[in-house]
Structures are given as structure tokens and as C-alpha cells.
Design a protein around this ligand. Structure first.
Ligand code: HEM
Length: 512
């Protein structure tokens, strides 16, 4: 008899779970469900957002979204661009799902806390009011200083393959260290720097796919002891920096022309309109800048460098190639985008090594390349979840109040309803149409509405500076046996981000 108790209890629990806890709301009944099994297979097969998209594309095209049961809630992954536009234009109707609400007392909630990315309403407005002016008046010298270091490194390895995904990560992390708190992480030369090692370990813990897919693991004490200890150690490092900055500000020891984000945020707190930020609030905001500001730009630079290497024609200017994706053949023209970008840089900059603010505006073709790259390979492929406070109708189905909505940016950027030849790299699409694409909800490279990326300009300047430095001096090529020679291979990501698998490229010095 006792042998039967276990399966009977399991069956009863399963019945309660299906009928009560994850009961499918009527409006979602006909919408495709991505099951736990599908997600498990995605981990095993290491699917990136591109493969994930092709896996569910037919349901997305049919209904505009699919649903996922996760952490006790229904999540809707949406590619309908009208809903995406509505959602980003009305942050008060679609507030962000807060970390401490979804994963109370988890590592991620503890590390990021409440900050400008993870907050809503008046709290978000207060942070944004303090951060915005800081970003606007940030000087540019650190881009150039770290850019020079990058060039010195490349000088030493002229003409030999180098892996650029990691290189760009090290570069952007050094830039952020300087920009955020004037600390030289020196990660380009020393990958074992103490700050970087501590930061990377915490990121590894936060991105651990098992803890993401099975959130219950966050609440098993013995699995979390060391993880929390590592966060505490990193927090202590940040707190020390903040204290030193506060002291320097009181003693008048900051150099006027070399202010960093932390100085500028502390300064903004002196404005009687703004309420002072506590050390914890400053730390949570700086923590999120590190995440939002370094991985994104690093991925973007790595994919652009790949595209420039793949769109280089040495003998004739135009060429064909056949690309196989999802068992379909695509015939593409190859343009010499690399040479065209280089010519623009040489014309606009002349002998200058780095562009001035005015020259940045004149680098139109380079901007088109950056926007088109963000369309093809958006570093944030899925936006953080919002909770809907009203029912949303989509293709005859209804996303109910209380469900979470995630905008699938990669899906929108690759939709054949919105883009002609969506898989093709065509910077010309962005000749004058950026605003049009943003207004129609076809392009969300930097998000949209009042919560558009705070680091938009920061990242654009950083990307242009790196590309100007590299293209002036080097011809960039794929290695002969590159794993990417038939198209860029994307790495698996568990939290909505997108980056390539390691990309080896050859930088050959040009004959100037
Ligand atoms: C290529 C580089 C970048 C891309 C593709 C990118 C993309 C985005 C996107 C899509 C959003 C909207 C998120 C949402 O609506 O939930 C966003 C927001 C944000 N980004 Fe970026 N970003 C980049 C670089 C940066 C940099 C360099 C920083 C800072 C140093 C930064 C800081 C932020 C912050 C603080 C927000 C939140 C804004 C708010 O909610 O008010 N980003 N970014």
C-alpha cells in the first residue's frame, strides 16, 4: 500500500499545479507554449537567440507572440511591433518586472538591487535625473587613452590572428572602469586584475543557466553561500571607491577636467532638486552601468569587425556568395563595406587620429554600419520583462493583465514583414531612415520611449573611435579556416543577450 502513496501524491500535486497554479488564461489558450522540455533542449543544444527565433518563428508569425511558464508566471515573448511600440511608449502602464519581486532574496536581486535599469515610476525618474546630466557631460579622454593601448597591443601582433570578442570585452571594461570611477582596470594587459576577476566571477554566478532556468536553486542555502560571499567582496570594493570619491569631493581634490560618472553623479546630488543617493544606491547604479555598458558595446564591436572582415573584396568591388541558413540557400552580393568605411574615415579625419565631436557627426556611413549591425545582431536580443496592467489584444488572442511581456528585438529586426532581405547586411538601409524605423517600431537597437538607452551616445562614440583607429591602420580579414566563413555563429545566452562565438581576425597593417 505504502508503495502507492508516492505516485498518488505526485499525481495529486501535478493535478493541482496544472489546474490551479499554471492554469492557462482563456486568451492564451491558442498560443504556442515553449515548454520546460523545449528550454532544456535549448540549453543542451546551446541555442543562441538566432536559433531560438528560427525554432519558434512560425508561431511568432502566426500569433505575434508565444508564451512561457516561468517562475510562477506567464511570460509572453512578443514580435508584434505595434505592441512593442505601445509598451515602450507607456512605461507607467507596462512597468518593469522588479528583480526583488520576481526573485526575492536571490543573488541577482541582491547584487543589482534597485537602480536606473531595474526601477519604475518616481524612483526611476529620480535616478534618471541624476544619471542623465552625468552621461551628457562625460569627457571623452578615456576612450582615446584606452584606444591608444589597444593599438599598442595590435602593433605587437601585426598580421597574426587575434580573437576579437574577448579583446573587445577587455577594451570596453577598461573604458568603463575609467569612465565610471577613474580606475584603470588594465584588463587589456592584465586579465587577472583584482576588480575584473571579482566582477567576472559574480557575472558567471548571475548568468549560471541552471540558476536561471531552475530559480528554485536560488533558495538552497549550501549552493548559495559562496555566491553571496563573492558578491559581498565585490560590493566592499565598490563601497571603498565610493567613500574615497566622497572624501575627495569634500576636500576639493577632483580634477575639474577629468571627472568620471561617479564624480558627476555625486555632483548632481548637490542640486536641491535631487535627493542625495546613498552609497548602496550609487553602488547598484554603477553595477548596472558595468553590465549594461560593457557587454553590449563589446558584442556590437565584435560583430561589426566580423561584418567588415566578411564584406571586404580585394580584387573587384562587388561579388556574390551563397549562404546556407536553416536549410535554405540565400544568394548575396558582397559589397566592399570595409573599404567604403575606410575612405569615409580618411576623408573626414585627414591626419587626425581620433574624431572631434564635429567629425563624429560627419561619419555618416560608419553610423549606418553601426545601426545595421545592431539590427542584425542586437546585443540585447530580448528586452527585460514588463508586467501589463491592462489586457492586450494580439492576432485574436489576449495577453491578460498581470502577465509579463518581453519584446523579442531579434525577432522584430529579422521579420520579413518589416524588412526586405532581413538576413542581408545592407548599411544603406539606414541612409536617412533611422527615425522612420524607430517610429514604426521596426528597430529598437537602443530600446525606445523614455527608457531608451542612457549610454546611447557613450556607446556610439566608443564604437566610432575604435573603428576609426582600426580601419585607418589595418585591413581586417577572417582567418582562412574561420568557423564564421559561412555566416556568423552566435553563442548561447541565457538572459536575453546576444554575442558571437569567439571570432579570430587578422589585422594586417595597410600601406599608407
Ligand atoms: C551597443 C551598446 C548598447 C546597446 C545595444 C544598448 C541597448 C540598450 C537597450 C535596448 C536598452 C533598453 C532596455 C529596456 O528598455 O528595458 C538600454 C537601456 C539602458 N542602457 Fe544601454 N545599450 C548599450 C550601451 C550602453 C552603455 C555604454 C551604457 C552605460 C555606460 C548603457 C546604459 C544603459 C542604461 C542605464 C539603460 C537603462 C535606461 C532606463 O531604463 O532608463 N547602455 N540599453
Amino acid at each position: 500500500m505504502s508503495l502507492w502513496i508516492f505516485p498518488i501524491t505526485l499525481a495529486i500535486l501535478f493535478f493541482i499545479y496544472k489546474s490551479r497554479i499554471n492554469k492557462v488564461p482563456d486568451g492564451l489558450k491558442n498560443v504556442y507554449t515553449l515548454t520546460i522540455y523545449d528550454r532544456f533542449i535549448s540549453i543542451i543544444k546551446k541555442r543562441g537567440p538566432d536559433q531560438y527565433y528560427h525554432f519558434i518563428k512560425k508561431y511568432l508569425e502566426r500569433d505575434g507572440f508565444i508564451k512561457i511558464w516561468y517562475g510562477g508566471r506567464w511570460f509572453c515573448l512578443v514580435v508584434d511591433n505595434a505592441i512593442a511600440k505601445d509598451l515602450l511608449s507607456h512605461p507607467d502602464i507596462f512597468p518593469k518586472l522588479m528583480l526583488d519581486e520576481h526573485f526575492p532574496n536571490s543573488l541577482i536581486a541582491r547584487y543589482y538591487g534597485v537602480n536606473v535599469v531595474h526601477s519604475n515610476g518616481s524612483v526611476w525618474r529620480r535616478y534618471r535625473n541624476i544619471c542623465n546630466p552625468a552621461f551628457k557631460s562625460l569627457p571623452m579622454h578615456f576612450f582615446i587613452e584606452i584606444g591608444d593601448k589597444l593599438m599598442e597591443m595590435l602593433e605587437k601582433i601585426d598580421n597574426k590572428p587575434i580573437e576579437v570578442r574577448d579583446l573587445m570585452h577587455r577594451f570596453t571594461l577598461d573604458v568603463l572602469g575609467k569612465a565610471a570611477f577613474a580606475i584603470d582596470f588594465n584588463n587589456l594587459e592584465d586579465p587577472n586584475n583584482v576588480y575584473v576577476t571579482a566582477y567576472n566571477k559574480v557575472q558567471e554566478d548571475i548568468q549560471n543557466p541552471y540558476f536561471i532556468y531552475f530559480p528554485i536553486l536560488n533558495y538552497i542555502p549550501f549552493l548559495n553561500k559562496q555566491r553571496f560571499k563573492r558578491v559581498e567582496e565585490l560590493d566592499n570594493k565598490f563601497d571603498k571607491i565610493i567613500e574615497q570619491k566622497r572624501e575627495a569631493l569634500v576636500n576639493g581634490n577632483t580634477e575639474n577636467n577629468r571627472k568620471d560618472l561617479l564624480d558627476l553623479m555625486l555632483k548632481a546630488c548637490e542640486d536641491p532638486e535631487n535627493q542625495n543617493l546613498s552609497n548602496t544606491e550609487l553602488r547598484h547604479n554603477l553595477g548596472v552601468f558595468m553590465l549594461a555598458g560593457h557587454d553590449t558595446t563589446a558584442s556590437s564591436l565584435a560583430t561589426i569587425l566580423y561584418l567588415l572582415a566578411a564584406h571586404k573584396v580585394s580584387i573587384i568591388n562587388y561579388n556574390f556568395y551563397i549562404y546556407v541558413a536553416n536549410n535554405q540557400y540565400h544568394l548575396f552580393f558582397i559589397q566592399d563595406v570595409q573599404q567604403k568605411a575606410r575612405e569615409e574615415i580618411l576623408t573626414v579625419l585627414g591626419d587626425d587620429l581620433t574624431p572631434s565631436a564635429e567629425q563624429h557627426k560627419s561619419l555618416k556611413y560608419l553610423n549606418m554600419i553601426i545601426y545595421e549591425n545592431l539590427r542584425l545582431y542586437p546585443p540585447i536580443a530580448i528586452l527585460p520583462a514588463r508586467v501589463t496592467t491592462k489586457d492586450i489584444e494580439c492576432c485574436g488572442n489576449v495577453i491578460p493583465t498581470g502577465a509579463c511581456i518581453q519584446i523579442f528585438i531579434y525577432g522584430i529586426h529579422h521579420s520579413s514583414k518589416l524588412w526586405k532581405n532581413p538576413e542581408e547586411f545592407l548599411p544603406e538601409r539606414f541612409e536617412n531612415q533611422l527615425r522612420e524605423y524607430e517610429e514604426s517600431g521596426s528597430w529598437f537597437g537602443f530600446g525606445g520611449g523614455s527608457r531608451k538607452c542612457l549610454g546611447y551616445n557613450f556607446s556610439m562614440i566608443e564604437q566610432r573611435i575604435v573603428l576609426c583607429l582600426l580601419l585607418r591602420k589595418y585591413e581586417i580579414s577572417l582567418t582562412p579556416n574561420s568557423i564564421h566563413k559561412d555566416g556568423l555563429k552566435i553563442d548561447v545566452a541565457y538572459s536575453g543577450t546576444m554575442s558571437p562565438l569567439p571570432v579570430e581576425l587578422v589585422f594586417k597593417r595597410r600601406n599608407e
